[in-house]
Design a protein around this ligand. Structure first.
Ligand code: CO
Length: 215
């Protein structure tokens, strides 16, 4: 059997098991999608959102990319964000990074990786903002872990800098924004940062003052 055929076989077994315990499971999901959470995580195969949070299909709306970045020109992320906030009215957005992230590790070197340079240069900026704090740490692992944490926090603020979030904060007092980091070594998620609706940003220049209250 080819490896991908194994996936299809496992899928059949999974679907069968689901309806044996709960015959209406799939039909409920056909009828409605009402997740409370948007997850923005790394594409890393070792950080599967549903599995590490013990959530079921239908519970988390998910966007993943290399190093869990929130880039203001990324139409993919912005489309997911707009749909999640304005249509699904999700209540919480979680940016979840993870220790040992290869994307962040690559950003800490001077090595060229080709096209992906353009993506991970955003992480180099995070390093540039916090260089003194990071370089003060003794070991390479500690420096990498610190940049991973600071990168998560930066992406949470990047979310709050979008007009999508600021508009929703004004109108609905939602969603809450959270920055988490997952530890590959023990499977535990550590919360780093929470931004309540209408929290001040890390710089007031990003706070739009002409957003319509009734949009
Ligand atoms: Co990663």
């Amino acid at each position: 059997m080819k490896p991908y055929e194994q996936l299809l076989l496992e899928n059949k077994a999974w679907a069968k098991e689901k309806i044996s315990g709960d015959p209406g499971f799939f039909q409920r999901l056909v009828d409605i999608q009402a997740p409370k959470f948007l997850w923005i995580g790394c594409s890393d195969s070792r950080v599967p959102p549903n599995e590490i949070t013990q959530t079921q299909p239908g519970e988390i709306f998910i966007h993943r990319n290399v190093a869990n970045l929130v880039i203001h020109t990324d139409l993919n992320l912005l489309s997911v964000l707009q749909y999640a906030v304005e249509v699904l009215r999700i209540e919480h957005i979680i940016v979840c990074g993870h220790y040992g992230c290869g994307g962040v590790k690559a950003a800490m070197t001077k090595k060229s990786y080709g096209l992906i340079n353009k993506w991970i240069r955003n992480i180099k900026d995070v390093y540039r903002y916090h260089q003194a704090e990071i370089d003060a740490l003794e070991s390479e692992d500690a420096r990498l872990n610190k940049l991973i944490e600071l990168n998560v926090q930066e992406q949470v603020y990047n979310l709050a800098k979008t007009s999508i979030i600021q508009q929703s904060w004004k109108k609905h007092k939602a969603p809450h924004l959270h920055g988490w980091v997952y530890d590959l070594a023990d499977g535990v998620i550590r919360p780093l940062l929470d931004l309540e609706p209408n929290s001040p940003l890390d710089h007031p220049i990003f706070e739009y003052d002409n957003l319509e209250e009734d949009i």
